[in-house]
Design a protein around this ligand. Structure first.
Ligand SMILES: Cc1cc2nc3c(=O)[nH]c(=O)nc-3n(C[C@H](O)[C@H](O)[C@H](O)COP(=O)(O)OP(=O)(O)OC[C@H]3O[C@@H](n4cnc5c(N)ncnc54)[C@H](O)[C@@H]3O)c2cc1C
Length: 443
C-alpha cells in the first residue's frame, strides 16, 4: 500500500505551513485501504490551491488525490464526463475543448482538481448567470469514514451530496464525479473592457452588463480612494477558430524576500495596469487562457509575497449596502497598513440553497490579496464584523483567520450541515486545520 510520508504543506497563500503526514493513493481502492487501515483522522487534498488551511493538518493524515487522474467516459452527444477527482480543470479543457466542450464553471486558475472544485463548490465569472460548480455535478463517489465508497447525487443519498458540495472535504474523500460540460464553438472569448473612475460605477457597470455577458469581473485599484477599476466582460464566440496555443508559464524562484510586495510596488503596478486599460482597444478577442486564467502565466506567483505568505480575504455582501460596506472595508485596510495588492469584484446570482456550506449568495463578492503581517488577524476580525452586520460571509476556501464565532454568524445553515456530517462521519474522521480552527465538529 501507499506509504505515509512527512512533508511541509501549506495552501496557496503559504500561510500557515504545517508539517503533515501524507498519503498519495493511485486509485479508489487505495483510498479505501488507507481509510480502513489507519485509525487516524484524514483530510483530502487536491492541487493545494485553496489559500488557507483547508487542505492541511498537523493531526490528520493528508490524502493527496492528484494521482487520481483518469477520465473513464465521455459522452460526446450530451457532454457528460465521468472522471476521477484528481483530474484538473486544465486537463478537462485540454482534452475536451478540441471536441467542442468546456467546463461549466472555471475559477481564476485552471490548476484546481475536480475534488477541490466540488469541496469548495467553486464559482466563476459566470455565477450571476449559471451558478456554482456543483449545479453541474450529476453524481459523485466518496470514500466514507467506514472505508466504503458510495455514490451520491441530487436524487440518491442527496443529503450527502449537498453536504459535500462546499463541505471542504469534511464528509469523505471524493474519488470520482460525473460532470456536465457545456458546448462551445471556439476557444476564443469576445471581450469588452470598461474603464471606471470609482467603485460606484464599477458596480453599476457589472450590474448592467449581466444580461448581455456570460462572464463578468472587475479589477479594482484599491490604493485609489475612489476605487477606480476596469470591468472585464466576455462571451464564448460563435465563430469557429483554430485552437489557441498553450502558453509556457514562467516561474518565480523560492528566494523572494518578504516585503517585495509593498505600497510602492502595488501602486506602480496598479497605475500601469489602469493606464494600459485606458489606452488599449476596448473590444477584442482573447484566448481562454488569457481571459480566464491570466495569473497562470506566472507559475508560483504566490512566492512574490515572500516567506510570510499572504491571504485572500474574499467575502460576499448582499447588494443593498454592498457599496458603502466595501468602501468602508477598503478604507479600513488602507488605514491599517493592509492595502491589498490585488482586488477583484464580481456579482453573484442565486445561491445553491440545498448545499448548507456553499459560499455564494446573491450580491457582490470582493476578493482581496493581502500580505500576512503580525497585526493582520485583528484587522481582518474587524472586516468580519462588517460582513456579519450586512448578512454576508467569508469564503472558507480562501480563509486562514476566521474565528468559530464569526463562522457561525456567517454560515447560518451550519447546524443542518453538521447533522449530515455526524450521520456519515460520527467519529469526526475527516478533519483539517480549518475545521479544527473553526471547531466544525460541534454546534
Ligand atoms: C489563483 C487562484 C484563483 C482562484 N480563483 C477562484 C475563483 O475564481 N473561484 C473560486 O471559487 N475559487 C477560486 N480559487 C480557489 C480554488 O478554486 C479552491 O480553493 C479549490 O478548492 C482548490 O482546489 P484544489 O484541487 O487545489 O483543492 P485543495 O486546495 O487541495 O483543497 C481545497 C479543499 O477541497 C478539499 N478536497 C480536495 N480534493 C478533495 C477530494 N478528492 N475529496 C474531498 N475533498 C477534497 C480539501 O479537503 C479542501 O477542503 C482560486 C485559487 C487560486 C490559487
Amino acid at each position: 500500500m501507499n506509504k505515509k510520508q512527512t512533508q511541509f504543506l501549506s495552501g496557496w497563500g503559504r500561510y500557515p505551513t504545517l508539517s503533515c503526514n501524507v498519503y498519495q493513493p493511485l486509485n479508489e481502492s487505495e483510498c479505501r485501504r488507507i481509510i480502513s487501515s489507519d485509525s487516524n483522522s484524514f483530510i483530502a487534498r487536491g492541487a493545494g490551491r485553496a489559500y488557507g488551511d483547508a487542505a492541511i493538518s498537523q493531526t490528520s493524515d493528508i490524502v493527496i488525490c492528484d494521482r487520481l487522474t483518469k477520465c473513464s467516459s465521455f459522452n460526446s452527444r450530451n457532454g457528460i464526463l465521468r472522471c476521477e477527482a484528481g483530474v484538473t480543470i486544465g486537463q478537462i479543457i485540454e482534452t475536451y475543448l478540441p471536441k467542442g466542450w468546456f467546463p461549466p464553471v472555471v475559477p481564476g486558475t485552471k490548476h484546481v482538481t475536480v475534488g477541490g472544485a466540488i469541496a469548495a463548490d467553486i464559482h466563476g465569472k459566470n455565477h450571476h448567470r449559471d451558478g456554482s460548480f456543483c449545479r453541474f455535478v450529476k453524481s459523485m463517489s466518496l470514500t466514507l469514514a467506514d472505508g466504503q465508497t458510495i455514490t451520491c447525487s441530487p436524487e440518491y443519498n442527496a443529503d450527502l451530496f449537498y453536504a459535500t458540495a462546499g463541505g471542504m472535504g469534511l464528509t469523505g474523500i471524493i474519488t470520482e464525479a460525473e460532470l456536465q460540460l457545456i458546448p462551445v464553438k471556439s476557444p476564443l472569448i469576445s471581450t469588452k473592457k470598461i474603464v471606471c473612475q470609482d467603485l460606484a460605477s464599477l458596480c453599476t457597470s457589472l450590474e448592467t452588463a449581466e444580461k448581455d455577458y456570460q462572464y463578468s469581473v472587475a479589477w479594482l485599484d484599491c490604493l485609489s480612494e475612489q476605487g477606480r477599476g476596469i470591468v472585464i466582460l466576455g462571451n464564448h464566440t460563435q465563430v469557429e477558430f483554430p485552437n489557441t496555443k498553450f502558453f509556457t508559464p514562467l516561474s518565480v524562484p523560492d528566494i523572494v524576500p518578504s516585503g517585495l510586495i509593498n505600497g510602492l510596488t502595488i501602486g506602480l503596478f496598479n497605475e500601469a495596469y489602469y493606464q494600459k486599460a485606458i489606452s488599449e482597444k476596448k473590444e477584442s478577442m482573447a484566448g481562454y487562457n488569457q481571459f480566464f486564467f491570466p495569473l497562470d502565466v506566472l507559475n508560483n506567483w504566490n512566492r512574490l509575497y515572500g516567506k510570510s505568505g499572504f491571504t485572500q480575504y474574499q467575502c460576499v455582501l448582499p447588494s443593498e449596502n454592498a457599496l458603502p460596506t466595501m468602501q468602508a472595508m477598503l478604507k479600513h485596510l488602507r488605514q491599517n497598513n493592509s492595502a491589498p495588492a490585488l482586488a477583484v469584484l464580481k456579482r453573484f446570482g442565486a445561491q445553491n440553497n440545498d448545499a448548507p456550506l456553499s459560499f455564494p449568495m446573491p450580491g457582490y463578492t470582493l476578493a482581496l490579496d493581502i500580505a500576512v503581517h503580525p497585526a493582520l488577524q485583528a484587522v481582518l476580525a474587524e472586516m468580519d464584523q462588517m460582513v456579519i452586520a450586512e448578512g454576508g460571509r467569508v469564503y472558507l476556501a480562501k480563509d486562514a483567520f476566521l474565528t468559530p464565532e464569526s463562522f457561525r454568524a456567517m454560515y447560518k445553515h451550519f447546524p443542518e450541515w453538521l447533522a449530515i456530517k455526524n450521520k456519515y462521519d460520527p467519529q469526526n474522521k475527516f478533519s483539517s486545520a480549518l475545521s479544527q480552527r473553526l471547531r466544525m465538529n460541534k454546534l
